[in-house]
Design a protein around this ligand. Structure first.
Ligand SMILES: *[C@@H]1O[C@H](CO)[C@@H](O)[C@H](O)[C@H]1NC(C)=O
Ligand SMILES: *[C@@H]1O[C@H](CO)[C@@H](O)[C@H](O)[C@H]1NC(C)=O
Ligand SMILES: *[C@@H]1O[C@H](CO)[C@@H](O)[C@H](O)[C@H]1NC(C)=O
Ligand SMILES: *[C@@H]1O[C@H](CO)[C@@H](O)[C@H](O)[C@H]1NC(C)=O
Ligand SMILES: *[C@@H]1O[C@H](CO)[C@@H](O)[C@H](O)[C@H]1NC(C)=O
Length: 354
């Protein structure tokens, strides 16, 4: 009997482990600690020595497309950039501490297809923790960044566009800039972005279309500046023909404290936010400025900075904005008047709308 139950426990543990970082038989591994690391492909050593970053890159360079590296060791890569080429699967199971290489990512995948990073745990103050451009079929899984500065995940503005990018659960603490910043993605799916004590945005999406996001959740994000837990900017949601049919779907934005809650600006739109839950934002709980076809379908704002629809003269006025919202202990202002604005407001707030 004892044997059987131990066997059952072992089976249960094995199946629990199989959904974890480094589970099964990775094609290559990085193990070790302190000043001694080994990278192996199968049973062959491809690196032994004191340079953690060199061990990781050697493991990645030893595999081919469709194969997987598991970095079991923790260590510091300093200001090195780890580069992931097409088709490779990278699991960061140990904690990868990183430094600041100006303009570069600690880990990059540039002009690639079918790269997957199912797990990653990162600390340090990177210029960019993860940096991408020109990717297709990129998949990010459970990404945990506990940073002391820098920007978490960045898709570049001035390089090739991306298509079909997915992210599961992205947790970023302590970034000095944004937790996640995208440019130029057609086809983006995110389960959740959870940002804590982040200097600028939790999720900032720009010139990105056909996006579906579950939850954006920020606490103490963008304190003292004009950024927001969730910001859409720079023609986000504008379709290829210049129109703004709804193509960006957000299930929920939750924000506590910090700067703005939700911010749409600079000719963005084509967006529908099913629910907001915003409280005590230090700047506008919601600001919609020169945006087109934005719908907020429900939710609540408690206190914080004014809910505002505005426009700057450099772009066409806001139009086709529809907001259904409970606003307590706060004000709502539409100035200047947008074109075709619909407000359905409730709560104890005060409004000055057109
Ligand atoms: C993206 O993934 C799909 C499905 O696996 C595949 O058919 C397609 O070729 C991939 N695209 C690229 C550019 O790798
Ligand atoms: C998008 O990429 C994922 C891998 O991240 C792949 O499974 C899926 O088939 C791709 N979809 C298309 C339409 O290429
Ligand atoms: C993040 O790092 C800080 C400083 O090293 C540490 O105190 C904290 O426990 C870490 N938090 C998490 C969630 O890992
Ligand atoms: C990284 O270094 C650059 C200068 O090269 C500096 O401007 C930037 O603030 C640094 N970032 C972090 C996160 O330390
Ligand atoms: C007014 O805006 C709503 C979205 O709030 C849109 O469905 C409708 O088509 C717009 N009406 C006109 C006349 O453009």
């Amino acid at each position: 009997m004892a044997r059987i139950s131990i066997f059952a426990v072992a089976l249960a543990l094995a199946s629990a482990v199989s959904a974890q970082c480094g589970a099964g038989t990775p094609d290559a591994t990085v193990t070790g600690s302190g000043g001694s690391f080994t990278a192996k492909r199968g049973s062959n050593n491809v690196y032994t020595g004191s340079d953690y970053g060199a061990a990781i890159q050697a493991a990645l360079d030893s595999i081919s497309g469709g194969q997987r590296v598991a970095v079991m060791a923790s260590g510091s890569i300093g200001t090195r950039t780890i580069s992931i080429s097409s088709g490779k699967i990278f699991e960061g199971c140990g904690t990868i501490d990183v430094g600041n290489r100006s303009g570069r990512g600690a880990i990059e995948s540039l002009d690639t297809t079918d790269v997957k990073i199912p797990y990653l745990s990162m600390t340090g103050n990177p210029y960019f923790g993860l940096r991408f451009y020109g990717t297709r079929n990129l998949s990010l899984g459970q990404i945990n960044m506990n940073l002391s500065g820098g920007l978490g995940i960045r898709f570049d503005r001035d390089h090739a566009a991306n298509s079909n990018v997915s992210m599961d659960v992205i947790n970023v603490r302590g970034a000095g800039s944004h937790a996640v910043e995208t440019w130029n993605i057609d086809g983006l799916t995110i389960n959740s972005v959870i940002a804590r004590n982040v200097g600028e945005c939790g999720l900032l999406i720009q010139n990105t279309r056909n996006a579906k996001v579950g939850l954006v959740d920020g606490e103490n994000v963008a304190t003292g500046n004009g950024y927001a837990t969730f910001r859409m900017a720079n023609t986000n949601g504008q379709l290829a023909d210049g129109s703004y049919g709804t193509n960006v779907y957000i299930n929920k934005v939750k924000s506590r404290g910090g700067g703005r809650g939700v911010f749409c600006v600079s000719q963005s739109g084509g967006a529908e936010i099913k629910e907001v839950d915003l409280a005590n934002n230090g700047n506008n709980a919601i600001l919609i400025e020169n945006c087109y076809n934005v719908k907020i379908l429900g939710g609540v704002v408690n206190g914080g900075g004014e809910v505002r629809m505005s426009a700057r003269s450099e772009f066409a006025n806001s139009r086709d904005i529809s907001v259904t919202l409970t606003v307590n202990d706060n004000t709502v202002r539409e100035s200047p008047c947008g074109e075709n604005t619909t407000w359905k407001l409730s709560g104890n707030g005060k409004w000055n709308i057109c």
